[in-house]
Design a protein around this ligand. Structure first.
Ligand code: GDP
Ligand code: MG
Length: 602
């Protein structure tokens, strides 16, 4: 295809502002699918994505559009993941485009994620076309939103398209704006092949499918290609595009977006951002900006029923086939038995994997407290030199005497919130050791910038933010590096024994409050035994909080002494059944629910 007839664009928006609905409309209008095939949203194809209304994996569609100038164009719509956890994937999808539609809800206005995404888009030198969506709503205020786009983002919004993706208003104007405002791609057909690996996923029929954007040269079936970062070689066996149905093509040339398959078994071999070139005539250098994504939040996943361990292993391995960004390794815990230590890109990512394991693989799981990655500087000993290690699991914390200092990851958070909720939000950030960097007001709303330790955010920050603001606050963050902190490992002791699954790393200033909270919770959650059970929170040998579970006076069968034998047996059976769901800890039985509930903050 001629370069001048290609347009590559993405849609950027805050969650719920109408990105998927608009994408579907564009597909429908350009004839990619029949009315019947349009029945459900096309681009969000995983159940969880649909339910949560967010896009997790980037998808792409090739649209044929004959413009009002009579010319036929190919429009490649790259959908981008809608959540901060997947920021790197967003950035790669954006790198494959020359422009973006900025969709803003006419009733909600500019939100935190609108902003985060639009700045990324600007960094990629995109031509940005503002679209004010949902103008059919009675609460729509397009003029106010235009002013916001200009004041907050600094983009001219005079000729923003007024649209309703739902009722089909403004769709033609959007298509014309894509053709006339977004520039065509550049590229050289005769140069050696250079293509970017934008995304990859596992398909049961095709194997690993790789989404690419060709920069220079041509890619065809039968060609030997090389992944420049991974250093691996493959033979291309299929080239095509999604319309959104799969269509095989003879080749993909410069500026084009499409997919290839090359008999690759595992997506772990394909890295987003890698450069694909020709084996015989390779490009001189790889594309800039390749980055390996690293998990930032870790937690343990354990089967409730120890007999499910193998099933958990199989299920996790299957999920991993389609998500190279999460990691897992076996872990054993005295309290919870055998399970896996898993790493995720963020909390939402963690929740998605956990939910899929529960729902799609029918597993009952216990999740331990999420932990971030700490950097520990260790002193030298007489056998070992000083060194720096990464700590993913509080249970692996070395002897405190060995530790010179601990660093924790920090983030910069942007929060948008209507004025009336500002007070409690400031308090929340302050309580979480936040450092206020900026506070401005635009159109009745506050824009707040805070630096926060990631550790304080992974627990329940987002849920708290939403509940304090009745859902009106929006939030976005990015990491800003590690900083030293006064961090300690807090152990929870039940009947004088440390429960490994409950130990956590906390800031010293918060240890006492957290410890007390945890002890109080456990006191309510652990059933009484025939003896007194002390529950303690301790840092090293020092107890910082304590509760006691009083002893039971009588056993359950006492009241049917000398009476009905069947009743007595039944009670004992019931007891036995209940016990199966308990974890014996030393001589104390802790119900599974206690772990889960204790780890929840609030
Ligand atoms: P996304 O999260 O940005 O992909 O948003 P969706 O496309 O999933 O839309 C979120 C919600 O807004 C859905 O309930 C849509 O039906 C609704 N919606 C999308 N566009 C419009 C519109 O133009 N008008 C109205 N009234 N609702 C819309
Ligand atoms: Mg969506």
């Amino acid at each position: 295809t001629e370069l001048s007839k290609i347009r590559n664009f993405s849609i950027i928006a805050h969650i719920d502002h109408g990105k998927s609905t608009l994408a579907d409309r564009l597909i429908q209008r350009t004839g990619g699918l029949s009315e019947r095939e349009m029945s459900s949203q096309v681009l969000d194809n995983m159940d969880i994505e649909k339910e949560r209304g967010i896009t997790i994996k980037a998808q792409t569609v090739r649209l044929d559009y004959t413009a009002k100038d009579g010319q036929a164009y190919i429009l490649n719509l790259m959908d981008t993941p809608g959540h901060v956890d997947f920021a790197y994937e967003v950035s790669r999808s954006l790198a494959a485009c020359e422009g973006a539609l900025l969709v803003v809800d006419a009733a909600q206005g500019v939100e935190a994620q609108t902003l985060a995404n639009v700045y990324q888009s600007i960094e990629h030198d995109h031509e940005i076309v503002p679209v004010i969506n949902k103008i059919d709503l009675p609460a729509a205020e397009p003029d106010k939103v235009k002013a916001e786009i200009e004041d907050i983002i600094g983009l001219p919004a005079d000729d923003a398209v007024l649209a309703s993706a739902k009722s089909g208003i403004g769709i033609d104007e959007i298509l014309e704006a894509i053709v006339h405002k977004i520039p065509p791609p550049k590229g050289d057909r005769d140069a050696p092949l250079k293509a970017m690996l934008v995304d990859s996923w596992y398909d049961p029929y095709l194997g690993v499918v790789i989404l690419i954007r060709v920069i220079d040269g041509v890619i065809k079936k039968g060609q030997s290609i090389k992944f420049m970062q991974a250093g691996t070689q493959h033979l291309v066996d299929r080239v095509g595009a999604f319309r959104p149905k799969i269509e095989t093509l003879p080749e993909l040339g410069p500026g084009e977006v499409g997919f290839i398959t090359a008999q690759i078994k595992e997506i772990a071999q394909t890295r987003v951002g890698d450069t694909i070139t020709d084996v015989k005539r390779p490009a001189a250098e790889a594309l800039a900006g390749f980055k390996e994504v690293q998990p930032v939040v870790f937690c343990g996943l354990f089967p409730v029923d120890a007999a499910d361990f193998e099933k958990l292993r199989e299920s996790i391995s299957k999920l991993r086939l389609n998500d190279a960004s999460f990691s897992f390794e076996m872990e054993s815990s005295a309290a919870l038995g055998f399970g896996f230590r898993c790493g995720f890109l963020g909390l939402l990512h963690l929740e998605i994997i956990q939910e899929r394991l529960t729902r799609e693989y029918d597993l009952d799981l216990i999740t331990t407290a999420p932990s971030v990655v700490y950097r520990l500087h260790l002193r030298h000993t007489k056998d070992e030199a000083a060194k720096t290690i990464e700590l993913h699991n509080p249970a692996d914390m070395p002897d405190p005497n060995r530790i010179e200092s601990i660093e924790e990851p920090w983030i910069e958070a942007t929060i948008y919130v209507p004025d009336e909720y500002l007070g409690p939000i400031l308090k929340l950030c302050q309580d979480r050791r936040g450092i206020q960097k900026n506070l401005t007001y635009v159109a009745g709303r506050a824009q707040l910038t805070y630096e926060l330790p990631l550790n304080e955010v992974v627990f329940d920050f987002y849920d708290r933010l939403k509940s304090i603001s009745r859902g009106y606050a929006s939030f976005d963050y990015h990491q800003i590096g590690h900083r030293e902190g006064d961090l300690v490992k807090m152990n929870i002791l039940v009947n004088a024994e440390a429960v490994d699954a409950l130990s956590m790393i906390v800031h010293r200033s918060q240890a006492e409050a957290r410890g007390r909270h945890m002890c109080e919770r456990l006191k309510d959650l652990i059933p009484r035994h025939l003896f007194k059970i002390p529950i303690q929170a301790a840092i090293g040998g020092k107890v910082i909080a304590r509760e006691t579970i009083a002893a039971l006076r009588k056993d359950v069968t006492a009241k049917c002494y000398g009476g009905d034998a069947t009743r007595k047996r039944k009670l004992l059976e019931k007891q036995k059944e209940g016990k199966k769901r308990m974890r014996e800890y030393g001589s104390v039985s802790i119900p599974q629910e206690a772990f889960i509930a204790a780890l929840r903050m609030g």
